[in-house]
Design a protein around this ligand. Structure first.
Ligand SMILES: Nc1nc2c(c(=O)[nH]1)N[C@H]1C(S)=C(S)[C@@H](COP(=O)(O)OP(=O)(O)OC[C@H]3O[C@@H](n4cnc5c(N)ncnc54)[C@H](O)[C@@H]3O)O[C@H]1N2
Ligand code: MOO
Length: 409
């Protein structure tokens, strides 16, 4: 078992876990409309071009661009109207030199045409003749076949988490079902002799369960199928039994409370008896969240999160969210995507990453981050905060006016 508080960095903790976690996730086929937020199980390639034909982007006339060269208001280029493209139909013939075909936005260009003149730049002399008052170049107001998506090209890579526009592109290439990774099943256990259910009235010294619910929310938001496995007393055997059941039924298990060094803090001991390889680290060099236990049992990650609700949520953010989203720890350059100017000095110990709850605002064209002060046992501080700012381990603090990187809640 790893030595107590031989603290690891977040990167080291991720690496240790990454070695032992079995990342292979089973896939399932789901209808496109149920695929939002899901992770693609395989690459998606386009079979056909999108669009499948050269297409007008304007209402006007399909022409040969060359026939309009030199045209102006004072000297229009005169063309014969010899056809009309109907929406959703192939043109009924070819466009020859000196001709123009009426065409709607989205209509298929007739063979021989290479550009579209907007109706605003034409004058109809009679039913059969137009004057073009502004020249067009080949390709003007046309989307070429395959310009959006070329046949055979990779549309989306395996592992991609589907967004609304991705549903659109999958529909465009003709997929009404997609193969996505099954959501990970996450079991959530709270431990503590003092913790009671939310519907109960806490007696003296008791508190209602916060962590099960906050962690449930985080897990669902990260795409998991979360399950609350109840509150367990600080008792080795009871905890072992509940954990064994959770590990058997879930892909990832979260235990909160009992991760520190008190005599009642049994998390690390229990997690180490669950199976192999067991506890990989006990303690990470962050604040809040230091007393975290990381274990893997038969390829499944099991975390002993700190009991303080803020600490548990911060550690979830750093160590659990990536696993639920991507199935593994992948380098995510956008993990802390917002650059904000800190509103007040914040001290931090060198060698430790600090995560500060911040209120975000916009002032003078810049995003500002105002620290929400308060101990890590206060859930209200998370409620007031809009994001989490990171102070890197090599800094001994950040002064007011300096920039910090922020992850939004
Ligand atoms: N002597 C030391 N004491 C503590 C240390 C330390 O290094 N030396 N670390 C502190 C830090 S930092 C944290 S964080 C906590 C972690 O404690 P545990 O993980 O052992 O958790 P507990 O002692 O069981 O609980 C801590 C705190 O959180 C409350 N709690 C627990 N579970 C829930 C829940 N589900 N919902 C709401 N609140 C919960 C619990 O009642 C305690 O108040 O240890 C410090 N101590
Ligand atoms: O590290 Mo603790 O997690 O501050 O409250």
């Amino acid at each position: 078992m790893a030595e107590l508080f031989q603290a690891r960095t977040v990167r080291e903790a991720r690496e240790l876990l990454g070695v032992h976690i079995k990342t292979g996730r089973r896939a399932e086929r789901v209808p496109l409309l149920e695929a939002l937020g899901r992770r693609l199980a395989e690459d998606v390639a386009a079979v056909d071009d999108v669009p499948g034909f050269d297409r007008s982007t304007m209402d006007g006339f399909a022409v040969r661009a060359r026939d309009t060269f030199g045209a102006s208001e004072s000297l229009p280029a005169y063309l014969d109207i010899t056809g009309e493209v109907l929406m959703g139909c192939e043109a009924a013939g070819d466009l020859e030199v000196g001709q123009a075909w009426r065409i709607p936005t989205g209509g298929m260009l007739p063979p021989g045409a290479d550009a579209v003149v907007m109706i605003e730049y034409t004058e109809e002399l009679d039913d059969r003749t137009i004057g073009v008052t502004k020249p067009v170049a080949p390709g003007d107001h046309v989307v070429r076949a395959g310009e959006d998506i070329a046949a055979g090209s990779k549309v989306l890579p395996a592992g991609h988490v589907l967004r609304p526009q991705d549903l659109g592109v999958l529909s465009a290439v003709g997929l009404s079902e997609v193969s996505v990774a099954r959501p990970l099943r996450v079991g959530i256990i709270s431990t503590g002799d003092e913790v009671v259910e939310p519907h109960e009235r806490p007696g003296p010294g008791q508190v209602r369960d916060i962590n099960s619910y906050a962690l449930y929310g985080q897990a669902v938001r990260a795409g998991a199928q979360a399950r609350i496995c109840g509150i367990v007393r600080d008792n080795f055997d009871l905890l072992l039994e509940r954990l064994q059941q959770a590990v058997a039924e879930c892909d990832l298990v979260l235990l909160s409370g009992g991760s520190s060094v008190g005599t009642r803090d049994v998390a690390a001991k229990v997690l180490d008896t669950l199976g192999s390889p067991g506890v990989l680290f006990h303690g990470i060099s962050i604040k809040p969240g230091k007393p975290t236990v990381g274990a893997v049992v038969d390829g499944k990650p099991v975390f002993g999160l700190p009991g303080h609700p803020v600490s548990a949520m911060v550690v979830f953010n750093l160590l659990v969210t990536p696993l639920l989203k991507y199935g593994a720890y992948v380098d995510d350059p956008l993990e802390f995507p917002v650059r904000a100017r800190l509103k007040r000095n914040m001290r931090s110990a060198a060698g430790r990453e600090d995560y500060i709850r911040v209120r975000l605002n916009r002032e003078g064209g810049e995003i500002t981050a105002d620290p929400v002060l308060g101990k890590s046992g206060l859930i209200s501080t998370m409620v007031q905060a809009g994001g989490l700012a990171r102070i890197p381990a090599d800094k001994e603090g950040v002064e007011a006016g300096e920039y910090v990187e922020v992850k939004l809640f």
